[in-house]
Design a protein around this ligand. Structure first.
Ligand SMILES: [Zn+2]
Length: 131
């Protein structure tokens, strides 16, 4: 299992755990998000099974409801968490700085530019923004 943590500007702590579950002959990778916000701990587990836990108490809901309730509770969508997390872990390939800022490129395009050396590190293309 691998763990890594990031912190948002608002003081919310987000931890990602990845690993595999299921039988050894048929492992299944999972991704788990642990969010500490306002003194509560929320966990969303995405793998063979999907579940959502609040302060150690697992709720019994179907998969979609688990994701929705988690998003509502932590005030962030899963996309935002995953993208933010990915960006927080990204570093400039040229100078190694982690200070990457998003800025707009062509319509529908977001560039991540290193604030230290100006290198364009990543480019997201969102087709839905221009169609
Ligand atoms: Zn750089």
């Amino acid at each position: 299992m691998e763990r890594a943590t990031m912190q948002t500007a608002g003081g919310t702590r987000i931890q990602q755990t990845t690993g595999s579950e299921g039988p050894h002959y048929d492992p299944y990778s999972f991704e788990e998000w642990t969010v500490n916000r306002g003194g509560n701990t929320y966990v969303l587990h995405l793998g063979l099974a999907v579940w959502y836990e609040v302060n150690g108490v697992r709720t019994h809901q179907h998969d979609e409801a688990s994701v929705e309730n988690f998003e509502r509770a932590v005030g962030l969508s899963l996309d935002v968490i995953q993208n933010g997390y990915w960006r927080a872990r990204s570093r400039c390939k040229k100078c190694g700085s982690s200070r990457l800022e998003a800025s707009d490129g062509y319509p529908g395009e977001t560039l991540y530019i290193c604030q230290k050396c100006g290198q364009i590190c990543y480019c997201d293309f969102n087709r839905s923004a221009i169609e």
